[in-house]
Design a binder for this molecule. Structure first.
Ligand code: NAP
Ligand code: ZN
Length: 388
């Protein structure tokens, strides 16, 4: 079985290269608000098996464009008549139709009164790039709407539902709320706090190292884990690494082998500015997607990225950058690929100051263990973080 899942050159002039934007203005991060659970989901209500069944189909629709809708959320919709799904739609990305509109357009006929529209996220109610979905739903003559997650944006939350009800539409909400909200965990943080959702990811040996001894091959994990990690890259807006990782590994930071994936921003942190100008990040066809931040604290970098509509950042190491992220309590989720190896290599996975005391330790919840190839992937969410 491949998978089992249990959830519970130092050339400083490289940075003067005009193809590589440089951001050196100091900006300081403010507090990040989270729910008491430490996550970014909205509330839960009672569900029925039938509603859940159709909401799962809508979720599958939403997942089709996951990683390609930023800075918009991934949304799916299905139209149900009797016990049949008669139309489907999903949001394909900024500037495209919203899921509900695509779904109703696909149906393309007069709606029977008993038709029900299932949508994973509360329909939008304000004018943006598109007209509000609430208008489209009302105009199409939909009489029943079932909603997964409520919009977490305080300016919009509940307004779409209220508009539909005012128009005489029967609305039920809270169906598979957690699943629908988790699909957009990154968007949900960014839209509320304007800070990207931060995933700390690494391939780690069982003795907590990121590397093998110097001069040896640098992979810690097997090819199955690396495939999975490429998929993860395809879901995020930016991948961030420390300069030492660029100097040592010369990574590409591309989502290879993932059909239709967008190239995320590639962000490099350096204090010295000593980066190899022949590195793939500055020379390949995505060189315009590489940003260098010189001499800025990680929190300030994240704040700046959030301002640029980067909703999610995958920190891929090395150990010093991961350590800073941990010490500054900037991590929203960890995704650690444990390789079945004890290396004794020099780079420690999170080489920051550490918690100091047990009381300061970061406890994780929603921990999920998934066997991938010969290793284990652990995903989890730090609980109750107070940012520095
Ligand atoms: N197994 C894995 O998943 C994995 C992933 C990535 C890397 N690695 C390995 O990890 C090793 C590198 O890790 P490492 O801990 O030695 O170094 P690192 O974290 O990759 O890079 C450290 C460097 O990043 C820069 N930096 C860090 N924080 C900064 C900040 N806040 N502002 C500005 N610059 C900052 C500094 O660059 P300057 O020195 O230029 O000032 C610092 O020396 C490599 O051997 C690589 O193979 C393994
Ligand atoms: Zn909409």
């Amino acid at each position: 079985m491949d998978r089992a899942r249990t959830c519970a050159d130092n050339f400083p002039d490289a940075i003067r290269d005009e193809s590589v934007p440089i951001f050196t203005q100091p900006v300081y991060a403010k507090n990040v608000a989270r729910s008491s659970e430490g996550n970014y989901s909205s509330g839960v209500a009672s569900t029925t098996p039938r509603d859940e069944q159709f909401m799962r189909v809508a979720l599958k629709e939403a997942e089709k464009a996951l990683g390609r809708t930023s800075p918009n959320p991934a949304v799916g919709a299905v139209l149900v008549v009797g016990d049949r799904v008669v139309a489907r739609g999903h949001h394909r990305g900024a500037g495209h139709e919203h899921a509900e509109v695509e779904c109703l357009r696909t149906f393309g006929a007069k709606l029977p009164a008993r038709a029900t529209l299932y949508v994973t996220l509360e329909p939008c109610s304000t004018f943006g790039r598109t007209t509000p979905c609430t208008n489209a739903i009302i105009k199409a003559g939909v009489k029943n709407v079932v909603i997964g997650a409520v919009d977490v944006n305080p300016r919009h939350s509940g307004r779409g539902i209220a508009q539909l009800r005012t128009a005489g539409i029967k609305v039920r909400e809270g169906i598979l709320t957690k699943e629908c909200a988790r699909l957009n965990e990154a968007f949900n943080k960014w839209i509320v706090n304007r800070r990207p959702f931060v995933i700390a990811k690494c391939g780690m040996s069982l003795d907590g190292r990121l590397t093998r001894p110097p001069g040896e091959p640098h992979w810690i994990t097997d090819s199955a884990a690396r495939r999975d990690a490429h998929q993860l890259r395809a879901y995020v807006d930016a991948i961030l690494v420390g300069a030492e990782t660029v100097r040592t590994d010369n990574p590409r930071l591309t989502p290879r082998g993932v059909h239709g994936a967008r190239q995320p921003w590639r962000v490099v942190l350096t204090r010295s500015g000593g980066l190899p100008r022949r590195a793939h990040l500055f020379r390949d066809r995505f060189a315009m997607r590489t940003l260098i931040y010189k001499g800025k604290p990680l929190a300030a970098v994240l704040k700046d990225l959030g301002r640029r509509s980067v909703t999610s950042v995958l920190i891929e190491g090395g150990g010093k950058v991961l350590g800073e992220a941990l010490d500054a309590r900037l991590i929203d989720k960890v995704q650690i690929y444990l390789g079945s190896i004890l290396t004794g290599g020099p780079a420690i996975a999170f080489s920051g100051r550490g918690a100091g005391t047990t009381a300061n330790a970061i406890h994780l919840n929603r921990v999920c263990y998934q066997q991938i190839g010969q290793g284990v992937c652990i995903t989890a969410y730090p609980q109750g973080l107070v940012p520095e």
